[in-house]
Design a protein around this ligand. Structure first.
Ligand SMILES: Cc1cn([C@H]2C[C@H](O)[C@@H](COP(=O)(O)OP(=O)(O)OP(=O)(O)O)O2)c(=O)[nH]c1=O
Length: 193
């Protein structure tokens, strides 16, 4: 029986992988999430996803490991998680009425230590937001553990007017691409596809 490990502490990623009816373990990675300012968003998310997957793979060499990283990009600027109410306010005010891109990078390391990296990008357009809407949203506490300061899957759904691309890329794991790449890497699915 092949072992599969999700290298993530994100409850969303766990839930998304569970949707695929796979049996897997969780092992969170403790890596430095800073990256070189010269990296493009796609390079940055793939590099961070690989760092997370390698951290766990080094401790569990017999397993398939999945690592993932998500950022929001507005006008060329990469937004991570807001560290304060002020930062959340600044991010959400910037996203108001605009279209931004969400990049999620994924790294898969196989049980024979082969690495695959890929990314997906989804464009998200926000409604024009009033100051009251932004303040109400920040008071909910939802922005703080999420790239760009919002969660499309939660209360933050009211912010979003339109998306173009895979919804699950925004939530943190592009599941349909991930299962295909996992299979290519040699992981045997518990069902036929
Ligand atoms: C834009 C957006 C991001 N997010 C989340 C996905 C990621 O969990 C988080 C971005 O932070 P990440 O650093 O990608 O992930 P993480 O720290 O939550 O988990 P780990 O590193 O252990 O895997 O933002 C949403 O849940 N909904 C959204 O709409």
């Amino acid at each position: 029986m092949q072992r599969l490990i999700l290298a993530s502490s994100s409850p969303r990623r766990k839930e998304l992988l569970e949707n695929l009816h796979l049996t897997f373990e969780i092992s969170s990675s403790n890596v430095d999430e800073s990256f070189d300012a010269d990296l493009s968003p796609k390079q940055a998310v793939m590099e961070l996803a690989a760092r997370k997957a390698r951290f766990v793979s080094n401790r569990h060499q017999d397993a398939f490991v999945i690592g993932s990283d998500t950022v929001v990009v507005l006008g060329g600027e990469i937004l991570g998680k807001p560290a304060s109410k002020e930062e959340a306010f600044h991010m959400l005010k910037g996203l108001s009425g605009e279209t931004h891109s969400v990049y999620t990078g994924v790294s898969i390391i196989s049980s024979t230590n082969k690495e695959i990296q890929f990314y997906e990008k989804t464009d998200v357009t926000f409604w024009e937001l009033s100051l009251e809407e932004i303040e109400t949203y920040i008071r909910s506490g939802e922005p703080f553990d999420k790239a760009g300061g919002y969660g499309i899957q939660g209360f933050g759904s009211f912010l979003v007017r339109e998306i173009k691309g895979d919804y699950y890329t925004v939530v943190g794991l592009p599941v349909s691409r991930t299962i295909r790449e996992l299979q290519k890497a040699g992981f045997i699915l518990p069902y036929k596809m």
